[in-house]
Write a protein that binds this ligand. Sequence first.
Ligand code: NCD
Length: 351
Amino acid sequence: MRNLVDILDFTTKEIDELVAVAKDMIESPEKYAHACDGKILGTLFFEPSTRTRLSFTSAMMSLGGNVLGFSEAASSSVAKGETLSDTIRMVSVYADIIAMRHPKEGAPIVASRVATVPVINAGDGGHFHPTQTLTDLLTISRKKGRFDNLTVGICGDLKYGRTVHSLIAAMSRYENVKFVLIAPEELKLPDYVKEEFLTGKTYVETDNLENAIAELDILYMTRIQAERFTDPTQYERLKDVYILDAAKLKSAKADLSIMHPLPRVNEIAVDVDDDPRADYFVQAENGRYIRMALIMMLLKTKGINDVRYKGEENAELECVNPHCISHTERGLKKLFVGDTCVYCDQHAARK
Ligand code: NCD
């Protein structure tokens, strides 16, 4: 079966098809009301979520299917010490497809190896969030009608913001996309994301939103990810570093698209909500339709096996990312490609 662990698991052609189906679903939802009759989606959320979990639930219900799952690790057997692999093996026999969110980076790779049904990554730590990116791409397509020739500003927590990493991966495949990466020094885009997706691409890094705003076609605001900070005083210092308000939008293009994966805290003032350029609530709505298209697509892919995260054991290397699943999952082989950890994509250290 197919899985969606990383947005690059899908070709640009497959993304175009998903976007086209989602648009048709928006136009004619009744056509799809029985597309997944009798099928069950398992939603395994080991970390909090509103939009992602509810939009997956709503998507499956809109296709005629059913949903089971949990919304916090405390209410599952994880609280009794069960490994992720065992939980996934079990859910594989109760559900036809799994959407999972986990605080550990690389957790969906572990899941996709043992699952006998398709696994969708609904967010793994500060790593990736490919279904948010599908949502973002549908929003960009509806608003701009294209993915190329765009100047994309991404502002806020580029270090821990998993939606940012997946969006950059996806958009880096299109022609003439310029990225303007707006973040304070402490929250700059990690090197592994730059190396993987931005090598040879056009991007600038700045900490100044006001100066950057005029040239942007898209401004993707993000929340400072409080839950990922190891030092709470650093979070307190940085939490309100960017606040987009009506005054700052004066120099922006008339057809700017203001996006945000939500939830927002303070980074977009409510006086922006009525601006016709504010697309973040439509973006959240788009999440339901693109997830309908995704579930339908993955349920049709029986017989294909795309588990491609192979790698090799290497006794000389050690993953030093404390958020990587390889440190907590019992019995998991620690695998590397070159000196890169297969699970979290970060460079390993020599022992
Ligand atoms: C995002 C996430 O979970 O990474 N939320 C979402 O899925 N829409 C963004 C965030 O939490 O800041």
